[in-house]
Design a protein around this ligand. Structure first.
Ligand code: ADP
Ligand code: ZN
Length: 624
């Protein structure tokens, strides 16, 4: 490269193309390493800013004459928007799609061979077609194959939750083109998946960049489930009225029910699950991305790669399987860095259901089931934990931290009580009842006996004659449920799905019965009160941000949003691809008089300034 024509540095590209003044966290180190032709493995939480880690090297290397960066992504449904966002920023990008005509494909190939494209997105199954292999070979011969970026790289591992067999063949890329650098990216934090991914993709020699997995702008709240639907409605109504969010439920049926309930309550909501046909799924995903304030009620089939930056909350109405899933799903909130909520309601039934799913799954080995039980127990411990949620979460991923001040436990420290004695009473009650009657009973009945309730069933089996009748009258039912959840999670009590969900002791119960194990639990009832209190003090992220704007700025913001919606519709792209909310807010605040006033606002690069600058000024002027 002749020194007389210096190319823009990565930092210049960040500013000129994307309109951002600074790199975030390890982005700069990653970008520099990859621009130099190094292999990289990037482990960064969702919303950390992984895309720029390969997009900026792609631009820099294209400038230096290295040709195209091929991005392998499993998210065909999102490629259109990803490429659209790059084109909006003035980067030449395209994607390979099975719906393209011969004509379109050969057009694309010509562009590639003329080194006119900076980024090419393709699904993993496309990479292996003979035509694609031939094309990659031709590009390589001409020195025009710059970089492979493997997005969502954990899909290669069966241990991750998104296993894609097609990813396995990606190791061929390295075998065929060993001199072409690779960058693999994932937000998966768990060690088993990471290791498997490195081996499968032959990334042993790649430099690993591991970021902190903390997402400081997300507030974690976990409440005990009393009336899930009502709790959810109250949560949305008090904290997120009119805002975009995702509600995760376990089953398709429940997804449909909750979506209906939200709609009946006047909330813009849609259902999404794998039982819907793919055209409808795509349509709903597009609406979620394109419309403001939409709530998606979904199973975990929804969400991978959804890069909508302004999802203000993720609610779990049913407990996920493990902390990895919980973290991945909650991570979809607040990618824009503004305050967001991760809210989960969980109860005894969740624990019973999850345990049953593990116990009755026949595909897996006993060893696998044991791992799954341990993971469920860890999630339940998090739910019942009285310490900072973030400290516990990060600790689970191997990171140590200090209490965060931004989770329910930090904001409203829960009262802790010593449940060791209660646990012993419950275990002996289950034991005595079975001994006396020769059969097992369910949770409700056991709690009635403990609390000394004279129900019909109690009378029928003469359980008021037992020594354990009424020995737990001093505790509330919520406390008993909390004790039982722990006992189930820790495998001391088994819920038998084949015998009407009756409770049975396991050998593991001995420790508690002998007084060898201590159990400290959170006071659930108080947790619920805290929920109410928050209603009056907490203003939503949007509310807070907009409260700070004066009347003129508010009007400008409203007009800018209306204008953005129009442009987005014309371009068939989500509004955030045109400008993020934060960018519009900054413009509204600045009350720009000329193009120079727009320069330096985060999110306005050279291309967008040129394309939209005068329009933005006109829209703002109309608001005076
Ligand atoms: P990930 O793929 O890691 O989940 P993205 O690449 O989608 O994250 O980035 C998340 C959001 O952060 C995007 O809206 C992106 O524009 C923004 N972003 C990334 N890097 C920066 C930066 N250096 N400065 C400002 N915003 C950034
Ligand atoms: Zn905390």
């Amino acid at each position: 490269m002749p020194s007389s024509t210096p190319h823009p540095s990565p930092l210049d590209i960040l500013g000129q193309v994307f309109g951002y003044p600074h790199f975030r966290g390890p982005q700069q180190a990653i970008v520099e390493h990859v621009v130099q032709g190094g292999d990289a493995l990037v482990l960064m939480p969702t919303g950390g800013g992984k895309s720029l880690c390969y997009q900026i090297p792609a631009i820099a290397r294209q400038n230096a004459g290295h040709g195209v960066t091929v991005v392998i992504s499993p998210l065909i449904a999102l490629m259109h928007d990803q490429v659209g966002a790059l084109i909006e920023a003035g980067v030449s990008a395209a994607f390979l799609n099975s719906t393209q005509t011969q004509e379109e494909s050969s057009q694309l190939e010509k562009q590639l061979l003329r080194a006119e494209l900076t980024l090419l997105y393709a699904a993993p199954e496309r990479i292996n077609t003979p035509r694609m292999k031939g094309l990659l070979g031709s590009l390589h011969e001409r020195g025009l194959l710059s970089l492979f970026a493997i997005d969502e790289a954990h899909c290669v591992s069966q241990w991750g939750h998104d296993f894609r067999p097609e990813y396995r063949s990606l190791s061929l890329l390295h075998e065929t083109f060993p001199d072409v650098p690779r960058i693999a990216l994932t937000a998966t934090a768990d060690a088993l998946t990471r290791q498997d991914m490195i081996e499968r993709l032959k990334l042993e020699d790649a430099r690993a960049f591991v970021s902190s997995f903390d997402r400081p702008n997300i507030r974690y709240t976990i409440v005990e489930k009393t009336d899930a639907t009502r709790q959810l409605l109250r949560f949305i109504d008090s904290e997120h009225a009119g805002e975009a969010g995702i509600v995760y439920c376990q089953s398709r049926k429940r997804v449909e029910e909750i979506a209906d309930t939200l709609q009946d309550a006047g909330i813009k909501a849609m259902a999404y699950h794998a039982g819907l046909d793919s055209a409808l799924r795509q349509q709903r995903q597009d609406r979620f991305l394109r419309e403001e304030g939409m709530v998606m009620v979904a199973t975990i089939a929804f969400g991978m790669g959804i890069d909508k930056p302004d999802v203000r909350f993720v609610a779990h109405l049913d407990m996920p399987k493990n902390i990895e899933g919980y973290y991945q799903e909650t991570g979809r909130a607040g990618r824009d860095g503004l305050p967001a909520n991760a809210w989960m309601a969980y109860g005894l039934q969740d624990v019973v259901n999850q345990r049953r799913m593990i116990d009755t799954s026949d595909a897996a080995s006993e060893e696998f089931k044991q791992v799954m039980r341990g993971k469920l127990d860890a999630l339940l411990s998090l739910a019942e934990d009285t310490r900072c949620r973030r400290v516990s979460l990060l600790h689970y991923f191997g990171e140590e931290s200090q209490p965060c001040g931004n989770c329910d436990n930090c904001l409203q420290p829960p009262v802790v009580w010593d449940a060791t004695e209660a646990a012993r009473k419950m275990l002996s009650c289950i034991y005595r009842v079975q001994q006396a009657s020769g059969i097992s009973f369910g949770a409700g009945h056991i709690m009635d006996i403990l609390r000394g309730k004279p129900t019909e069933k109690v009378a029928q089996f003469a359980h008021d004659q037992l020594s354990t009748f009424g020995i737990g009258a001093d505790l509330a039912e919520a406390q008993w449920r909390s004790v039982l959840r722990q006992l189930i999670a820790k495998s001391m009590v088994r819920v038998d799905p084949e015998a009407f969900n009756t409770l049975q002791l396991t050998p593991a119960a001995r420790g508690v019965l002998r007084g060898e194990v201590n159990m400290m639990l959170r006071e659930q009832a108080l947790g619920n009160k805290a929920d109410h209190r928050k209603k009056s003090t907490k203003t939503s992220a949007k509310g807070l941000a907009e409260a700070a704007l004066n009347a003129g700025a508010l009007e400008r913001l409203a007009r800018l949003k209306a204008w953005r919606a129009e442009v987005a519709r014309e371009h068939n792209l989500p509004a955030f691809v045109i400008f993020h909310d934060a960018t519009l807010r900054a413009i509204a605040e600045r009350a720009p008089q000329g193009l120079a006033d727009l320069e330096g606002i985060s999110g306005i690069g050279v291309k967008k300034l040129e394309a939209y600058g005068s329009e933005v000024l006109r829209v703002c002027a109309a608001a005076f």
